[in-house]
Design a binder for this molecule. Sequence first.
Ligand SMILES: [Zn+2]
Length: 183
Amino acid sequence: MQKELTCEQVGAIITFYIEGKLSDTLQKAVKHHLEICPECKAKFNELQSMLKRLHKNQSASNIDDEAQKNFKKKQYAEFRANLSAYVDNELDDKENMRIKKITISNPLARKDLEEMYAFKKLLHNSFDKTRSDIRYDFSKNVVHQMHSAPADFTSSFKKLIIAYIIMLSIIVAAALYLWVLYF
Ligand SMILES: [Zn+2]
């Protein structure tokens, strides 16, 4: 035999009952209690109509959201159209202020602006990097040309030959000297 629920117990779980979140057994037990207890039934009715009003308000605020969304969409389109000019500081004061306001009130616009700044920074950095790369390549090239210059190569080769000839002459001279001395 199943134990009957008390009014206190029903009060504690009534919202779960309305949302259908109770187990089958409990759901049935609450339903049974509401059938036999006018007090709890009244509370239940009140709660249910309150919840209905709440849902209605929610859908009403959804309509407001829709209007606001459309307004934001329009604002956002304006923001997008002026974003590049805004970042490059090409707008007049009034336009500048409008875009600033949109940026503050619209998170999407703010995100775009941050991305635009990051993009510009990246562009700037990569431009700087390219410039320094070119500079580096240029100096590397100059050094490379200096080392592999044909004129330079020939001159150091010449120096080597001259040194070799001088060394050879000394050896020959010494050999001749010794030959004259002993024979
Ligand atoms: Zn009751």
